[in-house]
Design a protein around this ligand. Structure first.
Ligand SMILES: [Zn+2]
Length: 208
């Protein structure tokens, strides 16, 4: 026989009292039950969608909480980023980024400009790899610092030490001759040496 309203209220109160008196056991029960029903909460939320107003209230509460507890919020966010790892994560992130850019055209443009100014070498590499793709030549992302360390910071044309700010990457098989943009095909050179040699010169001899 189903309980009537008064009996249900009594049961609820009784349980609440029991939980207050046995907090550890109550927590353990709750966790065990959640482990046995992993999808229950998600399913319940899917079956009981919030109204637009309720969602807005919730967003506002969350926003205020984050402002009040910035450390806790940062920690939660870190944990979330570490654990939330769906198989299509990259695709989703690209989707969010695209959506954000369409909603914030001006800010997106400014961010892009800042990025271009802060990372000229990345922009150059991007262009380089695009051209390589179009020509059907192999390419990979190259970290100039790694090449600098590999070559001992020495210019492969004149053999002298290259200060980091005067260094540039030279393609042994020039890109003009479909040389691949791969770590094995680049050497550290003085920008000035690279410029003097252009795409012809002694580098080809090193390959023999
Ligand atoms: Zn040099």
């Amino acid at each position: 026989m189903p309980l009537n309203e008064a009996e249900r209220a009594y049961a609820r109160e009784y349980q609440a009292r029991w939980r207050a008196e046995h907090p550890e056991r109550a927590l353990a029960n709750r966790q065990r039950w959640a482990a046995e029903h992993p999808n229950y909460e998600r399913q319940w939320r899917a079956d009981h969608p919030l109204s637009e107003a309720a969602r807005a209230r919730k967003r506002e509460t969350t926003r205020r909480w984050r402002k009040q507890y910035p450390e806790k919020a940062a920690k939660n966010w870190r944990q979330f980023k570490e654990t939330w790892n769906p198989p299509d994560l990259k695709q989703r992130q690209r989707g969010y980024a695209t959506k954000w850019r369409t909603l914030h055209l001006q800010a997106a443009h400014e961010a892009q400009q800042r990025y271009v100014q802060a990372h000229p070498e990345k922009i150059r590499e991007k262009r380089l790899r695009r051209v390589a793709r179009e020509r059907g030549t192999a390419s990979e992302s190259i970290n100039p610092q790694a090449i600098y360390d590999r070559d001992g910071g020495r210019c492969h044309i004149c053999g002298k030490k290259v200060p980091r700010r005067k260094a540039s990457l030279d393609h042994l098989i020039p890109r003009a001759f479909n040389g691949p943009h791969l770590a094995i095909n680049v050497r550290i050179v003085h920008r000035s040496c690279n410029f003097k040699r252009r795409h012809l010169g002694p580098a080809q001899l090193l390959l023999l």
